[in-house]
Design a binder for this molecule. Structure first.
Ligand code: MG
Length: 371
């Protein structure tokens, strides 16, 4: 009986010690948590500037390169600041583009500041300029699409009409490595970077002749208007050399090199183009008259441009187009003048772009508010 009582007392003492240890652990843990929370609150109140600076320096920072002709730049900057604050990022570095610097210089400055992402807010021209600075660096590009075509955004499924979501994708989206193309209009020139398509001939003449007032009022329909005026025309004799080897000689209206092929209205101009396959898809368009243009249109709408009516596509890493006459040239929709020479080359996986994650896609489809 005495032994049993001793044994019971021993168990009670051991159980008591265990209970005391457990309580002490949780109280200590909660006290520690409370102390940590108090520290955070103190930083938030700004009572400890050194600590606040230390906390800020460890947070991410974005640069927002905004084309002020496409949106109210100060309002977009305020929205971006609010989203960055909410997401725990530092206030963004905001730089407006100018006619002298459509984005490349601004993006280079952002790289010097060692930001974590550079967001191009504008049309395809702004995206191309920012991509020129970011290509072959490890800094990702976010996109807030504000243009007429927004072709790179369309091809990467970045939301077109939800600025807050586009900003959030830029901050927390998935990094996707894509190819970029380079193009030069003389053998010795410094190459331009493009992300979607570069072309010589009809397409570039349409871009060059599109009325900018009409474009801001009618959007892509302005291209249709210019296109209809340019349809009637004489084909040009060109030599096209693929990968320094295979050469064709043809009378064409247009030669286009593309990294991706989706246009407005779901039109797939280059149905087999893949944005990260390390290849360019080169489309040759060669109608001789209006009737043959109908065939071209049917091939485009039927997604059969690869071997269509007066259209064909060839994949390559490098292409050189030589024409006996000066023809219009466009880079991602921007006319850059005339040339009888255009060389394009692909730079595989040269650019990192922030695209929506699976979860972000679900939330966007569900109509969720991003913040
Ligand atoms: Mg490709």
């Amino acid at each position: 009986m005495t032994i049993a009582l001793d044994s019971l007392m021993t168990w009670i003492v051991v159980a008591g010690i265990v209970v005391v240890l457990i309580v002490a652990f949780f109280v200590g843990h909660r006290t520690g948590t409370r102390r940590a929370l108090n520290r955070v609150r103190k930083y938030a109140r700004g009572t400890d500037p050194d600590a606040l600076e230390a906390a800020n320096s460890s947070r991410y920072r974005a640069a927002l390169i905004v084309n002020p002709t496409k949106t109210d730049a100060s309002q977009l900057a305020s929205t971006a600041e609010a989203i960055c604050r909410f997401e725990g990022w530092n206030p963004p570095l905001v730089i407006e583009t100018t006619p002298e610097d459509p984005g490349e210089g601004a993006a280079s400055r952002a790289l010097d500041e060692e930001v974590d992402v550079v967001i191009a807010a504008g049309g395809d021209g702004t995206v191309r300029a920012v991509a020129s600075a970011l290509a072959q660096t490890s800094t990702p590009m976010g996109i807030v699409p504000l243009g007429t075509g927004n072709l790179l955004s369309r091809n990467l499924d970045i939301v077109l009409d939800k600025t807050e979501w586009a900003l959030r994708i830029a901050l927390w989206g998935r990094n996707r490595n894509i190819d970029v193309g380079t193009a030069k209009t003389t053998e010795d020139a410094d190459p331009h970077v493009f992300t979607v398509m570069t072309g010589l001939g009809f397409d570039a003449a349409v871009m060059a002749d599109t009325n900018s007032d009409l474009k801001s009022r009618l959007g892509w329909l302005a291209y249709v208007e210019a296109g209809s005026r340019k349809l009637v025309g004489r084909p040009s004799h060109v030599k096209v050399t693929f990968d320094d080897d295979y050469r064709i000689s043809a009378r064409v209206r247009s030669v286009l090199g593309g990294n991706c092929g989706k246009l407005q209205g779901g039109i797939q101009l280059l149905p087999q183009a893949v944005i990260d396959d390390g290849m360019l898809d080169v489309l040759i368009v060669s109608p001789k008259n209006l009737g043959q243009w109908v065939g071209v249109l049917a091939s485009v709408l039927g997604r059969k441009t690869s071997k269509g009516l007066h259209t064909e596509i060839r994949k390559c890493q490098k292409v050189v187009i030589e024409s006996g006459e000066e023809l219009d040239v466009q880079l991602d929709g921007d006319p850059i003048g005339q040339s009888g020479y255009l060389a394009m080359e692909v730079l595989p996986s040269a650019l990192t772009v922030r695209v929506p994650t699976v979860e972000q896609r679900k939330q966007i489809r569900a109509g969720a508010w991003p913040v």
